[in-house]
Design a binder for this molecule. Structure first.
Ligand code: ATP
Ligand code: MG
Length: 197
């Protein structure tokens, strides 16, 4: 049996784990949360105290996943895009979240302010899109705007366009600066980000 992966990317707390888990259930395929796997299998280089994160060794991740995913169909949730060695990447889904909602969610999750700002800036400058397109090419990447959307409805919506090969209809054109300018939160967000810019 020929295996493949779908990789779900995005900045912290956009909903990668939840979306991937539910999509894997819906498609009847395996699910892997990369941060967990990295810890369990020690696929990191070291733990960085300053950023409070494991620094991932993507060569190890690529080779390990290449062997454990052989012949399987899997949805992988990961902040950073990567290629499992020898396994076809069917699609890369980038989840996008309006930065004011992202800000609230990261603060709720107890992230330190500088990390809230770091993730918001990455989201505002389209870093997840840039990184995934650079690695996989534009045709493999689809963006989904998850702002103010119910996760079960999002999965259903994705499933229907996926099975009808109509993914482009879901592909979001994201312009957060333009969206934020319309909200009351804009100047507050700029002031917050300026502290860490
Ligand atoms: N569409 C949504 N609407 C409301 N809340 C959501 C939605 N998606 C995710 N959440 C909530 O946001 C939080 C983060 O979700 P999740 O852990 O899936 O994100 P993640 O991208 O995997 O985060 P991390 O980068 O930390 O692994 C959770 O508390 C989850 O319940
Ligand atoms: Mg997660």
């Amino acid at each position: 049996m020929k295996g493949w992966v779908i990789i779900v990317c995005g900045v912290a707390a956009v909903g990668k784990t939840l979306f991937s888990l539910k999509l894997a259930e819906k498609l009847g395929v395996e699910f892997i949360d990369l941060p967990n796997l990295v810890k369990e299998m020690k696929l990191y280089e070291y733990y960085d105290e300053a950023s409070r994160e494991y620094v991932v060794d993507f060569r190890k991740v690529s080779s390990k996943l290449g062997s454990i995913l052989k012949g399987k169909k899997t949805i992988i949730a990961s902040v950073n895009p990567f290629k499992p060695r020898g396994i076809p990447v069917r699609l890369v889904i980038v989840l996008r979240l309006r930065p004011d909602i992202l800000m609230r969610r990261l603060i709720e999750k107890g992230y330190p302010e500088w990390k809230v700002a770091e993730n918001m800036l990455a989201e505002i400058v389209d870093k997840p899109l840039y990184d995934t397109v650079r690695k996989f090419g534009r045709r493999k990447v689809i963006q989904i705007d998850v702002s103010e959307k119910n996760i079960d409805e999002l999965v259903e919506e994705f499933y229907s366009v996926y099975v009808s090969s109509n993914l482009e209809s879901l592909n979001a054109k994201v312009d957060w600066i333009n969206e934020l300018e319309k909200t009351d939160a804009y100047s507050e967000i700029l002031q917050f980000l300026a502290k860490y810019g």
